[in-house]
Structure formats: C-alpha cells, structure tokens
Write a protein that binds this ligand. Structure first.
Ligand SMILES: [Zn+2]
Length: 305
C-alpha cells in the first residue's frame, strides 16, 4: 500500500466545503442548460453505481448544481417517465475538476494517466475529473436520489445551513472525549470541513487541536460556532467568481496556518508548528493556541530516540 505523506510545509489542496461550493457555482454558470453528449469513465474504479448506467445521461441536460458536504451534485432534467438524475462526485484527496472548451468526440481510452472521468456536451465543451497518483479514490455516482450515496446519507449537519446553531454544535461536542480537531474533520459529525479548514478554524478560535471536545464551555462553543461559520464564509467569498483552475491558488493564499509550518503566524508572529501523523499533518500556532507550549509530535520524538 502506498502511503502519501504531507511533508513539512506542503499545503494540501484537498477540496473542502468552500472549494466544492465554488465548483458548484462555477458549473452552474458553465454547464446548466447544456445537453450532454456522452459521459465516460477512464478509470474503472471511479464509478460506484451501475443503475442507472452512465448512458442514461446522454441527451439529458443539467438543471442545477449543489453540494452535500464535500460532494458535488449535478442534477439533470428528468428522462421520459423517470425522476431527474444526479451525477454526484467526490473529489477525494487528489482529485480535481477541469473545464474544457473542446473535447474530442471519441471517448477517452482507459489508461494510466490522471484522467478518471470525462463528460462532454454537444458542441464539444465539457469537463474532466482528474486525480493524481496511481490509486484512484475519486468517486462518481449516478443516482436518482443523492441520499442513496452512503457518504451523503451519513453526513452530519452542514455548517452553512441556518439549522446549524451553537446549540446543535454543543450537542455534537457534549460528552465526546475526543480531540476537537478530529471532531471537526469527521464528516458524520459536521459536513464539509477537512484537514485544512479545521486547522484554520482552530487557529481563529485560539484553541488547541488536542483539546477534548467535551471540555468546551458554553461560551467556547458559541465562539467556535461563530468562527466555523465565518472561516468558511470568508473562504467562499474569496473563491466567488473564480473558475475551477484558479481555486487551488486562492485556497493556498488564504490559509493562515495550514501548510505553513516554519512560517510566521500572521496574528502574533510566532513560528507555525506542525504535528505529523501517518498520513496527514496538522499545523498550529503555539502562542495563539497552546499557551506558547509546542505540542508533542510523536513521529518526531520517535525519530529522535
Ligand atoms: Zn499566533
């Protein structure tokens, strides 16, 4: 098994709620109303459903785009006698969507390249779903009900939904003796926040990533709630109007601590530090978040023994 590690200073561009929201907005402008010529997989493992088949998309057009957590949802007009179809995409860790003004008429040949899925509209424009690396985790589902996608059915509340109140957050955290960083990233508890934005939220809330969720006071919960909503809304505002190709750059520029180990905290000037795990790492500012004390990094202490 290949283990990918986010090395020191490396900024992950895994699409999270703000990027998927921006992709949905971009596709609303570009794709809605166009007639689908064909949809093809270039990598067998990315298609997670078989009924309806991808050919059911041929001749349909997209009527709207949306988001469920980190899942992108493209809805079509209803085929004769049936309900609308939903093309649901999860970009996973290294996946991305690229709009193309001109695609060949022939379907892509399955191969070893980054191309995982291609959708072409009549007229030639369309989009590619690509994923770096040999192991494809990107997932495509064609369903009549998005809730049929297991990862969507199990999602926690969406932090941008007005129903996500401080009370709802408090109920999620109450009695949970796990680290707040893990709770924020857990899609079953809160939908759409991943490794990058949980680092950013905890930095803005001046809270240690290792703090136990159950230890938050009602005031802490109220503040954390406000920071979650403002951090995500600000990221979306920065992405507003950006095409898919510019989103990654914007995400990197907007992050304050995530992926910035060794750089200065923009709030206090202390050096941003990092804790590494088997397949990910977190970044934080000791002065802002942990009373000036660096957190133990088990990987580092193991290497130093
Ligand atoms: Zn700081």
């Amino acid at each position: 098994m290949r283990i990918s590690r986010a090395g020191p200073g490396r900024i992950e561009t895994v699409p999270e709620l703000p990027e998927v929201e921006a992709l949905a907005a971009d596709l609303r402008e570009r794709a809605v109303g166009r007639v689908i010529d064909r949809a093809d997989i270039a990598e067998f493992s990315v298609l997670k459903t078989y009924d309806p088949p991808l050919t059911a998309l041929h001749g349909r057009s997209f009527t709207g785009t949306g988001r469920h957590g980190k899942f992108l949802d493209l809805e079509t007009d209803p085929p004769p006698g049936g309900p609308p179809l939903h093309l649901v995409v999860h970009l996973a860790r290294a996946g991305w969507l690229r709009w193309r003004d001109s695609l060949p008429e022939q379907p892509p040949r399955p191969g070893k390249g980054p191309l995982a899925f291609r959708l072409r509209f009549t007229g030639g424009a369309g989009f590619d779903l690509t994923e770096a690396g040999t192991r494809k985790r990107l997932a495509v589902y064609l369903v009549t009900d998005p809730a049929a996608v297991p990862g969507i059915a199990s999602l926690g509340p969406d932090p941008l939904d007005p129903a996500f109140t401080p009370e709802v957050l408090g109920a999620i955290l109450a009695g949970r003796r796990t680290q707040i960083k893990g709770v924020l990233r857990d899609q079953k508890m809160i939908a759409g926040i991943g490794n990058a934005y949980s680092d950013e939220v905890l930095h803005a809330a001046r809270m240690s990533p290792f703090r136990l969720a159950s230890s938050l006071t009602p005031d802490d919960v109220t503040e954390l709630h406000a920071v979650i909503v403002s951090t995500l809304r600000e990221a979306i505002a920065r992405s507003d109007g950006l095409a898919a190709g510019d989103l990654k750059k914007e995400k990197k520029a907007g992050l304050r601590v995530h992926g910035r180990a060794g750089e200065s905290c923009p709030v206090c000037g202390d050096t941003v530090r990092e804790v590494s795990f088997a397949d990910s790492s977190l970044q934080y500012c000791p002065t802002c978040q942990t009373g000036g004390k660096p957190l133990a990094d088990r990987r580092m202490s193991r290497l130093l023994k």
